[in-house]
Design a protein around this ligand. Structure first.
Ligand code: DX5
Ligand code: ZN
Length: 220
């Protein structure tokens, strides 16, 4: 485990009319990755943004692009996301019939592969694929919107995922997404989370740079 969590701000709560300003702040910040929430209005009720937007944003930063696909049949777009500069591609377990095939494809085209779990989806379902994953994304809210309340059961899921990863000699990182703030961040890190995603805590803060620092260094 590193000394501090990887911080992945989600731009879902940022001002879409001024992405230059947002990325100027993110580039100056201690954010490690940029979390991109792609929603299709089918898998989740909300619609966010897609490929053309991500392609334009790629020009604004050299930071890692961590795309979280909340869309049906995400396997259709794996090549497209590689072409527009995504580094880590995460699909939802609940969208997949042939998860092994999709994970192989993501890695074959040259991206890291992640699998996301809805709050009701057990970690144990990843047993036969965990060794092949680069990332497990544990949703700590129901996907679809930023600004929702953190689900406390997440801590147990993180500990379970940590054990599953160790038992299978997997190198997968554990990412947690939804309702994260400066109060639960240290507890999530202590439970075994490697990557913390946050949208509203960062972008609704008076000082987003400080908010990012609070998540990474717990106010120290
Ligand atoms: C929710 C998204 C999250 C969201 C997090 O479906 O996957 O990444 O932007 O927002 P907050 O941090 O406000 O819960
Ligand atoms: Zn997300």
């Amino acid at each position: 485990m590193s000394q501090s969590p990887i911080i992945a701000p989600s731009i879902l709560s940022a001002d879409f009319a001024d992405m230059e300003k947002t990325f100027k702040m993110l580039n100056e910040s201690e954010a490690d990755w940029i979390h991109l929430d792609v929603m299709d209005g089918n898998f989740v009720p909300n619609i966010s943004f897609g490929m053309p937007v991500i392609k334009s944003l790629r020009k604004l930063t050299g930071k890692v692009f961590d795309a979280h696909l909340m869309i049906e049949k995400p396997e259709r777009y794996v090549h497209n996301f590689k072409l527009i500069g995504v580094d880590i591609l995460t699909v939802h377990y609940e969208t997949q019939i042939h998860l092994n095939r999709t994970v192989d494809l993501i890695k074959k085209v040259g991206m890291k592969a992640g699998v996301a779990l809805n709050p009701h989806t057990p970690v144990s379902l990843l047993k036969d694929i965990i060794a092949d994953l680069d990332l497990v994304l544990i949703m700590s809210v129901n996907p679809g919107y930023s600004g929702q309340k953190f689900i406390e059961h997440t801590y147990d899921k993180i500990r379970e995922a940590k054990d599953l990863i160790a038992d299978n000699d997997s190198k997968a990182l554990i990412e947690v997404d939804g309702g994260i703030n400066d109060t639960n961040a240290p507890k999530l890190y202590a439970a075994g989370a490697d990557v913390l995603v946050a949208a509203s805590y960062i972008f609704n803060h008076d000082n987003p740079l400080k908010a990012i620092r609070n998540l990474k260094y717990f106010g120290k």
